[in-house]
Ligand binder design. Structure first.
Ligand code: SF4
Length: 231
């Protein structure tokens, strides 16, 4: 299995990505650094961001987060108080805003079961938290695993459309695997640290955006020598 050597190449080429981005409250622009989440505020922002970026680019989600932050609403107490309609209006730049407002409300109601205490969540088991997140309306495996990995420091590999496309082309996936089957391949064969799991997914997204696009740029791709190019 070539997962480690691919990771090394991705990292050497793109460098550390510093996920998950946190929006600076003064500039309202995402900042990338390696020690998020620093606290419960970061956790809630990461979870909201994981929902807001569903089916849209990060730049759209970032605008919605910035709007919430600018209006001092990006915290679970405020989100719980405001109406779903007002929340939807605030997050309009993220698209699917009515649905996403409902999803953020559902997530917030779940978090309230823990009295909005981040330390309570940190004390819970990964399987338990994952099952609870997956039971929420609008939280699928990719969103749940993003919250677990980036918001709660759990070593779970996040699979997305870029992962399926790239690792199928590389010859590691057959291409018809289910989410959990692709995740199992990474869990069984990439014995990385938590930080490496964090970095690997971010690097996959960078590679998928810059090189292994729908129309792949194989001629200039630094993974070309390791790739089956199953396009
Ligand atoms: S060589 Fe082409 S198909 Fe393979 S990873 Fe690079 S861009 Fe994707």
């Amino acid at each position: 299995m070539r997962l480690r050597s691919i990771y090394k190449r991705l990292l050497a080429f793109h460098g550390p990505q510093g996920w998950w981005p946190i929006v600076n409250p003064r500039t309202l622009v995402s900042e990338y650094f390696v020690n998020a989440p620093r606290d419960g505020h970061d956790f809630f922002e990461i979870a909201a961001g994981a929902i807001l970026t569903q089916n849209v680019s990060w730049s759209n989600a970032e605008k919605a987060i910035a709007a919430l932050k600018k209006n001092k609403l990006l915290d679970p107490v405020s989100i719980r108080k405001i109406s779903t309609g007002r929340l939807a209006g605030m997050i309009r730049p993220a698209g699917y805003y009515n649905q996403k407002a409902g999803k953020i409300k559902h997530f917030t109601a779940w978090y309230r079961r823990y009295d909005f205490r981040y330390d309570e969540l940190l004390g819970r088991g990964t399987s338990e938290l994952r099952a609870e997140l997956l039971s929420l309306n609008g939280v699928g495996p990719e969103t749940a695993d993003s919250i677990l990995l980036y918001g709660l420091n759990r070593k779970v590999f996040v699979i997305d459309a870029y992962t399926r496309r790239i690792f199928t082309r590389l010859g590691i996936f057959a291409g018809n695997e289910k989410y959990h089957e692709m995740q199992d391949i990474f869990h069984a064969n990439f014995k990385g640290t938590l930080q490496e799991y964090n970095e690997y997914h971010a690097l996959i997204v960078a590679h998928g955006k810059d090189y292994c696009k729908k129309k792949a740029k194989c001629a200039v791709c630094y993974l070309s020598g390791r790739c089956d190019k199953k396009i």
